[in-house]
Design a protein around this ligand. Sequence first.
Ligand code: ADP
Ligand code: MG
Length: 559
Amino acid sequence: MSKQQFKAESKRLLEMMINSIYTQREIFLRELISNASDAIDKIYYRALTDDKIVFDKDHYYIKVIADKASRTLVIRDTGIGMSREELENNLGIIAKSGSLAFKKENEAKDGHDIIGQFGVGFYSAFMVADQVTVISRALDSDTAFKWESEGADGYTIEPCDKADVGTEVILKIKDNTEDDSYDEFLEEYRLRSIIKKYSDFIRYPIKMDVSRSKPKEGSEGEYEQYEEEQTINSLVPIWKKNKSELTTEDYDNFYNEKHYGFDKPIKHIHISVDGAVRYNAILYIPGSMPFDYYTKEYEKGLELYSSGVLIMNKCADLLPDYFSFVKGLVDSEDLSLNISREMLQHDRQLKLIAKNIQSKIKSQLQSLLKDEREKYEEFFKAFGRQLKFGVYSDYGMNKEVLQDLLLFYSSKEKKQVTLDEYVGRMPEDQKYIYYASGESIERIEKLPQTEMVADKGYEILYFTDDIDEFAIKMIATYKDKQFKSVSSGDLGIESDEKDSKEDEAASQNKDLFEAMKTLLADKVKNVRASKRLKSHPVCFSTEGELTIEMEKVLKAMPN
Ligand code: ADP
Ligand code: MG
């Protein structure tokens, strides 16, 4: 029996495909510019092995021309062009990618900057155009061909004239309908911003004729319009440049240009990794807290680029919550994208990158702490709370990463110290890391419970943040030392002699305590002699794991 081929209503299929793949119309321009860039890349790769081809950089560019009067938008490139067969195969067969084939052929060489792979991007033009014309002349060919289509009805190909090698894609932009306007795709400022957004780091110049005005000669106060060809994109992305060529000012400017923030970042981190997964990244630790940082509105994430083309605005998977304050971008050529190139196919590479980034951020924070203490304290003031949340959440899974980055106010130093510093100067007979919780440093200093510990010459960490005690409970022990609240029952410093004296006092005043207990029945659970009061007659304490401060926090939390 002979096999029948599937038949499909190709027009409907094309419409369905285009409209279900892409979430935003504007990406058609990203796709066409990416194709143009690939076409130039192909000449570039040819030139590497073919002496007859000279790759003169000035000759290779992409030009975008909008004409409102004829409602056309042209994307022109000086790339490798297409022969008649290539027009037929690459633009006539949906999901056929000449670029993927090229990449495979050239795998041995350095072909991995080529963007195309799925063979569908071109058709996204039909989201904004009702007719697409492609005029192309292939390298090594004298004749040019014109491919034309109004969608999936089919296409025509005929010979035509074209002076130079390369391709011109002409879109007849759709007329506005009642619900939709397409005029924006003929507006200079709009096209510019789309190019900036998605294609800023295409390696070849993307040029546009931009209208400008200048004072009219001879007549005061009057201006005249003129056109000027401008390169819209930034070409070489800052993250592909050599670190030694860049100054802190360059990084800071990039931070502001990208609108990561209006402040001056505390630190930038420039990463280039060429290992199991290749990627470049530029990350920033902001100088101040975004106004919405500790609210639900705040969205964490890094920009994600694939070979210089923007894929995702905020890729949340790249940052753990406790580093959600980090801004910046990641560019990798190793990502497996899904067909719309708006999402990722597998997250294996992404996970590797995320893990790598996490440890880089950590080590940078550690060196900031070590070498630039003041800056670190500034950072901690803004984002320390998030680190403590990080320790507390996920059942303390992240404490190893984060515990050395924490700072707490110290009774001894009268400033913020790390746990390492605290443990480093503990007297030999001190068993625990002591802490006291309260609303403010002043309040804590007045706590009766701190007196005895302080008298022993032991340092006390002051916890003034809600989350402090919860985080510490997760850490549990640091360098084999347990944490101990000064309000807890057994402080581990009472002497035996004092013990017996107080036991005696307890039994002698048993009746008094009983009476007090009855009087305060609805306020306290027990009244007993304390072993850690000195100049204060009385103090409150709790039994069990929770301290009074923690109970307050838990009570204040919405159920
Ligand atoms: P992809 O870029 O994923 O391969 P497209 O649908 O965007 O898919 O393009 C299909 C193919 O058409 C490309 O692989 C390439 O071979 C060819 N092509 C498209 N645009 C151009 C161009 N401007 N110059 C040369 N070839 C092109
Ligand atoms: Mg493409």
